[in-house]
Design a protein around this ligand. Structure first.
Ligand code: AMP
Length: 119
């Protein structure tokens, strides 16, 4: 499993930086955002260090599919109300102009009663 010693999310995955974990398996890790934009705000990340969506290859299709199918289940577990009245936002910032601050691919999942602070 490739890891970047300078990456804050790699350190979270390895337990070197504390986090509020919502999910873990062999290839994925989920944890609450430290500065939430919404009442529910967690992120799902691959354990393998992938800098952004720009580095994905067709070999990563199953990995990303797992994240996208896991997100709805975890969103409900974390307190989002069901579709269609409830729901959640799934967001992947990519690169500087895409608003990406941490360069380890992460999928934001945000929800809960509106209005939110941002968005
Ligand atoms: P992005 O702007 O898409 O790169 O999002 C990075 C997110 O990581 C931001 O929403 C930060 O609040 C969050 N973040 C940064 N450091 C930590 C940390 N140590 N624990 C949890 N979330 C973090």
């Amino acid at each position: 499993m490739s890891s970047d010693p300078n990456c804050v999310f790699c350190k979270i995955i390895e337990g070197k930086i504390p986090s509020r974990k919502v999910y873990e398996d062999d290839e994925l890790f989920g944890f609450h955002d430290i500065a939430p934009w919404a009442p529910v705000h967690f992120m799902l990340v691959p354990k393998r260090h992938i800098a952004s969506m720009a580095q994905l290859t067709p070999d990563d299709a199953a990995l990303m599919g797992r994240i996208m199918t896991l997100a709805p289940k975890l969103a409900l577990e974390q307190g989002c109300r069901p579709y269609p009245e409830g729901g959640y936002r799934v967001l992947v910032n990519t690169g500087t102009e895409g608003g990406q601050e941490v360069h380890h691919l992460h999928v934001h999942v945000m929800g809960g009663p509106r209005p939110w602070l941002r968005g």
